[in-house]
Design a protein around this ligand. Structure first.
Ligand SMILES: NC(=O)c1ccc[n+]([C@@H]2O[C@H](COP(=O)([O-])OP(=O)(O)OC[C@H]3O[C@@H](n4cnc5c(N)ncnc54)[C@H](O)[C@@H]3O)[C@@H](O)[C@H]2O)c1
Length: 312
C-alpha cells in the first residue's frame, strides 16, 4: 500500500483533529499544522506517539513548504466569538491562508480541499440552499469577515484551478457538532450541552423558531475524504450537511431530555445577521460522492454529551 502524505491545516481544531485521526487510521502520513488559536494540543495528543503523525506550529498567513500529496485547508476560526475577536486576522487567515496553501499545492502538484461553509449563503432567500444559489451576505455586517473571507477563498480556489490547473475541491460545510468541540465557543450545540450538564438556564435567542440542520462530525469527515478522492473533473462546490431540520427550541428540549437536566429555557434578543433558516440541498453530494449523512441527531448528541461529561 502506498502511504499518502497529507497536510491538514487547522488540524488541531474540532473537525481537523477527527480528520487527522481518520487519515492516520487509513494508513497515511499526516502533517497537522495549526497556530492553536482555537485548536488545542489536547485534541491530537493521543496521535503524537504515531510515527506517521507530525504536529507543526505555524500560521497559514505565512508561507509554508512541505512535500505533500494532498492538502485539507481547514485553518480558520469557525465560531462567531472567535472569528469576530480579530476580524482582520480572520480575513487574512481565509484569504492569505488560501493563497499560501494554493501556492504550495501548485508547487508540489498536490490536490487541495477547501473547507468552505454554508455561511457563503448568508441569510438565504432560497430554501433549502443548492450550490447554484449565490447567497445573501451583508459585506459590512458582523459576520462578514468570516463569510466574505470564505467566499474570497472559493474565488481563489476556482481561479488557481482555471489558470494553473491546480486540482481543487470545495466543500461547503453546514453546522457540524461532535466530541472535541470547544466548550466555550458559543456554538449552539456545545452551549446547550454545557448549560444542561451544569443545570444552568439554557439561552435561546429570539423565539427559538430559527431552524438549523445539525451534522455529526463523522459524517462530515466521510464526506471530506470522499470529495478528496472523487474524480479530478469534480471540483465542487458541494454541500455537505444533514438536511434534517430542527428549530433551536427543539434542540434545547432534546438536550435537556438526553442529559436529564433540570435546566430551564430562557429567551434573549436575536443577534444581528443571525440567519433564520439554513438547510442543505445535498443532491450533488449524493450523486457525485454517493454520500449522505448516517448519524441521527439523538445518536450524535449522546456521543457529544458523553464527551462533555468527561471534560467539565
Ligand atoms: N464546525 C462547523 O460547523 C463548520 C461549519 C462550516 C465550516 N467549517 C469550517 O471547517 C473548518 C474547521 O472548523 P472547526 O469547527 O474545526 O473550527 P476550529 O476553530 O475548532 O478549528 C479551526 C482550527 O484552525 C486553527 N487556525 C485558525 N487560524 C489559523 C491560522 N491563521 N493558522 C493556522 N491555524 C489556524 C485553529 O487553531 C483551529 O485549530 C474551518 O475552516 C471552518 O470554517 C466548520
Amino acid at each position: 500500500m502506498s502511504r499518502k502524505k497529507i497536510l491538514v491545516t487547522g488540524g488541531a481544531g474540532f473537525v481537523g483533529s477527527h480528520l487527522c485521526e481518520r487519515l492516520l487510521n487509513e494508513g497515511n502520513e499526516v502533517y497537522c499544522l495549526d497556530n492553536f488559536f482555537t485548536g488545542q494540543k489536547q485534541n491530537v495528543v493521543h496521535l503524537l506517539d504515531n510515527p506517521y503523525f507530525e504536529l507543526i506550529r505555524h500560521d497559514v498567513t505565512a508561507p509554508f513548504f512541505i512535500e505533500t500529496d494532498e492538502i485539507y485547508n481547514l485553518a480558520c476560526p469557525a465560531s462567531p466569538i472567535h472569528y469576530q475577536y480579530n476580524a482582520i486576522k480572520t480575513m487574512k487567515t481565509s484569504v492569505m491562508g488560501a493563497i499560501n496553501m494554493l501556492g504550495l499545492a501548485k508547487r508540489v502538484n498536490a490536490k487541495i480541499l477547501q473547507a468552505s461553509t454554508s455561511e457563503v449563503y448568508g441569510d438565504p432567500l432560497v430554501h433549502p440552499q443548492p450550490e447554484s444559489y449565490w447567497g445573501h451576505v451583508n459585506p459590512i455586517g458582523e459576520r462578514a469577515c468570516y463569510d466574505e473571507g470564505k467566499r474570497s477563498a472559493e474565488t481563489l480556489f476556482i481561479n488557481y484551478h482555471k489558470q494553473n490547473n491546480v486540482k481543487i475541491k470545495i466543500i461547503r460545510i453546514f453546522n457540524t457538532y461532535g466530541p472535541k468541540m470547544h466548550p466555550n465557543d458559543g456554538r449552539v450545540v456545545s452551549n446547550f450541552i454545557v448549560q444542561a450538564l451544569q443545570n444552568q438556564d439554557i439561552t435561546v435567542y429570539g423565539q427559538g423558531n430559527q431552524t438549523r440542520s445539525f451534522q455529526y462530525v463523522d459524517d462530515l469527515v466521510e464526506g471530506m475524504i470522499r470529495l478528496m478522492n472523487s474524480k479530478d473533473s469534480f471540483t465542487g462546490p458541494v454541500n455537505v450537511g444533514n438536511p434534517n431540520e430542527f428549530t433551536i427550541l427543539e434542540l434545547a428540549q432534546k438536550v435537556i431530555e438526553l442529559t436529564g437536566s433540570k435546566s430551564r429555557i430562557i429567551y434573549q434578543p436575536l443577534p444581528s445577521d443571525d440567519p433564520m433558516q439554513r438547510q442543505p440541498d445535498i443532491s450533488i453530494a449524493k450523486k457525485e460522492l454517493d454520500w449522505s449523512p448516517k448519524v441521527n441527531l439523538d445518536e450524535g448528541l449522546i456521543k457529544t454529551i458523553d464527551f462533555f461529561k468527561s471534560i467539565i
